[in-house]
Design a protein around this ligand. Structure first.
Ligand SMILES: [Zn+2]
Length: 69
């Protein structure tokens, strides 16, 4: 199931229309919302987290594979 790091809020549901944009993570396929830290790079952001960025970069066509912990 969805797990989020501390200080990593889940995608808000039913949020009033705002400037919040969302994308679908290219690695895990989950939607994620705009974050302030991505303000400068939002157009280039493709992954919801650093882990997904690594996973997606390594295996762009292999689909989701649970990385070893
Ligand atoms: Zn992801």
């Amino acid at each position: 199931m969805a797990r989020f790091k501390e200080g990593d809020p889940p995608v808000p549901k039913g949020v009033a229309k705002s400037d919040l944009q969302t994308k679908v993570c290219a690695a895990c396929g989950r939607p994620f919302a705009w974050r302030k830290k991505w303000a400068k790079d939002w157009e280039a952001v493709r992954y919801c987290s650093e882990r997904c960025r690594r996973t997606g970069a390594q295996k762009p066509d292999a689909g989701w594979k649970r990385p070893p912990d």
